[in-house]
Every structure is written in structure tokens, then in C-alpha cells.
Design a protein around this ligand. Structure first.
Ligand SMILES: [Fe+2]
Ligand SMILES: [Fe+2]
Length: 271
């Protein structure tokens, strides 16, 4: 078997607490896994929504090669400038034509192989943008490299939509990894035709929270059914990631491991 490609994908980095944990943890993780390539979802890095140049710089300095995103990338005007000026910062490919930024990118590795990252977004409980299935077909048709890896960050709410896209692309891409829900699912596996799949990689941010935001505000929003300004939570930060090993000749996955650093405490707390 040829030398495997080692790829790490980190889930939604939320605000300054998430960014700090990423800056501390990612250099250690990339060493531990001896990664060839690192992808980080940065849709929530600027105070919960969007990304600034300084945020992108911090993420790249921590070890990322490509930054992916999702629905929240559009909610700060600064994000558009980042998307316009950096081919390695992606937004979902299947937003209507005319929007700024790229939805996929191919980078060459020193080994001569190439890694393509494709960012797609689901349409269930999210804006009704173009079809992610057809967008995937379109981009796979365009790809020219025949060795390396093709990694899909599928930013979607519904587990069924994520499983359906992974099944649709099974054997045609190296991995489909879900983002957006901020909760890591326990289903990392390799599908029958060689595509690694995880429904959601989870969140890099504060876990004493409701998906990264202060609990009190989230509770109010659900109970009162009116808008209340989100505030970033700060306690108990963790990094959520998935580690992939890809055979560059077949471009299929041979290993997938999900991780949360540090892991959640599952035993009863003694006070
Ligand atoms: Fe997110
Ligand atoms: Fe999202």
C-alpha cells in the first residue's frame, strides 16, 4: 500500500474561545497525527458569525491549509473581503451564481498528489439554495487529478440529508464530513464503496453553553420565541476533529477517527 495521506478536519470554530483553543491545540494535534493536510471550518469564528482577515491568519498560522464555512459566513460584511482575496477560504459551492468566493479548491502536495476540498451546504432547515447533489456532480466532473484525496465538508442541519449525500458520493470522494450542528455524532465509518463519513464533526469552542452561545440567552430565545442578542460563552473549551487516512492511488479512505480534545466527562460529577 502506498504512503497514506493523513488529513485532519476541525469542526466549527466558535468565537475567540474557539480560536484560542484551536491555536493551542491544533499544532500539537497535527504533530501527533503527522498530518499532510488540515481543514478547519471557520464560519463562526468572528464573534459567532463570519470571519475577518485576522481570524483567517490565526487559523492558517495554527496549521490549517484550507478554511471551509457555511450559512453564517455571510452575516458579517468582512467575510466577503476574506473570500474574495483568499482561494483557500471557501464558502458553500451551491449558493447562487454571482456570490463572492469559491466553493472548492485543489492544492498540490510535495508528494505530487493533490487534495481537493469541496464545501457544500444542505437545504433542509436552511436557505433553499442550489442543489448540493448536482453541485457535487458538477465539480467532480471538472476535477482533473487522479491521485490524492477529495474531501467534502457538507454543512447541513438534517442528519438524513447528510447521510443521503454521503451515500450519493460513496466511492466518488474520499470523505464526506458534516459540519454546522456543533454536536459531534458517534458514527464515524467507511461506507461500502470507500468513502469515509461522519454525520457531524462537532464544535471547537465553549462547551458550557448551547452550541457555543451563553446558555441563558439560548434558553430565553426558546422560551420567549423572540430575538435576544447572542453572547459568546467562554467556559470549558474543546476542539472537535476528525482524522482521515486516505490511499492516494484509489483516493478511498482506509481509516476514520473522530476526536474531541479534551473528551467530554461522562461520569457523574462529584462536588
Ligand atoms: Fe457553525
Ligand atoms: Fe452553520
Amino acid at each position: 500500500m502506498p504512503e497514506l495521506l493523513r488529513i485532519l478536519l476541525v469542526g466549527d470554530v466558535v468565537g475567540e474561545p474557539g480560536l484560542q483553543r484551536l491555536a493551542e491545540e491544533l499544532p500539537r494535534l497535527t504533530q501527533q497525527y503527522a498530518t499532510d493536510f488540515v481543514i478547519v471550518n471557520g464560519e463562526n469564528v468572528y464573534d459567532g458569525k463570519g470571519i475577518r482577515h485576522s481570524d483567517a491568519e490565526t487559523i492558517f498560522r495554527a496549521g490549517a491549509n484550507v478554511i471551509t464555512s457555511g450559512n453564517h459566513i455571510w452575516e458579517k460584511w468582512q467575510s466577503k473581503d476574506v473570500l474574495a482575496n483568499n482561494r483557500n477560504v471557501l464558502r458553500p459551492l451551491n449558493y447562487p451564481r454571482g456570490n463572492v468566493g469559491l466553493g472548492f479548491v485543489t492544492n498540490g502536495l510535495p508528494t505530487g498528489h493533490s487534495i481537493t476540498v469541496i464545501n457544500l451546504q444542505g437545504r433542509t432547515f436552511l436557505p433553499s439554495i442550489d442543489c448540493p447533489f448536482h453541485a457535487a456532480d458538477w465539480v467532480l466532473e471538472k476535477l482533473r487529478h487522479t491521485t490524492g484525496a477529495v474531501i467534502v465538508d457538507f454543512h447541513a442541519e438534517a442528519t438524513a440529508e447528510k447521510m443521503a449525500l454521503a451515500a450519493y458520493l460513496d466511492g466518488r470522494v474520499s470523505a464526506v464530513v458534516g459540519t454546522h450542528t456543533h454536536v459531534q455524532t458517534n458514527d464515524a465509518r467507511i461506507l461500502p464503496n470507500g468513502t469515509a463519513f461522519l454525520t457531524d464533526v462537532g464544535m471547537t469552542g465553549a462547551y458550557d453553553s448551547v452550541i457555543g452561545m451563553k446558555k441563558e440567552v439560548a434558553i430565553k430565545r426558546f422560551m420567549l420565541q423572540t430575538p435576544h442578542k447572542f453572547e459568546m460563552a467562554t467556559g470549558d473549551t474543546r476542539l472537535a476533529a476528525v482524522y482521515l487516512e486516505i490511499d492516494p492511488i484509489t483516493m478511498h479512505a482506509v481509516n476514520i477517527e473522530q476526536s474531541l480534545t479534551p473528551p467530554l466527562v461522562r461520569e457523574r460529577r462529584v462536588t
